[in-house]
Design a protein. Structure first.
Length: 92
């Protein structure tokens, strides 16, 4: 996934490390394990390729949607790429 970050929004993602577990906000039963994290320049062929691969849309369109959602406090030159695997939440 590609996510925007800023001074406050998603700043926690900058500190992610391999093996960290996160609960998604989309589905409460889904836990993801970080496989890799990288900072990707938005105006790069890598960002364009990843955006087409992940979202089937050019990075400009994806980033415009991110900017509309997050507004003021996002970095406009980079996004964070998080490679993850989904795991089911353990039952108590």
């Amino acid at each position: 996934m590609l996510i925007p970050y800023g001074y406050f929004k998603n700043k926690w993602a900058l500190n992610l490390q391999k093996g960290d577990l996160l609960q998604t906000i989309d589905e409460s039963e889904i836990i993801i394990r970080v496989i890799e994290k990288s900072i990707v320049p938005i105006n790069s062929s890598i960002a364009q390729s990843l955006s087409l691969l992940i979202y089937n849309k050019p990075i400009e369109k994806v980033f415009d949607a991110m900017f509309r959602n997050w507004k003021y406090d996002i970095q406009k030159k980079n996004v964070i790429l998080i490679v993850y695997e989904r795991t089911e939440k353990e039952q108590d």
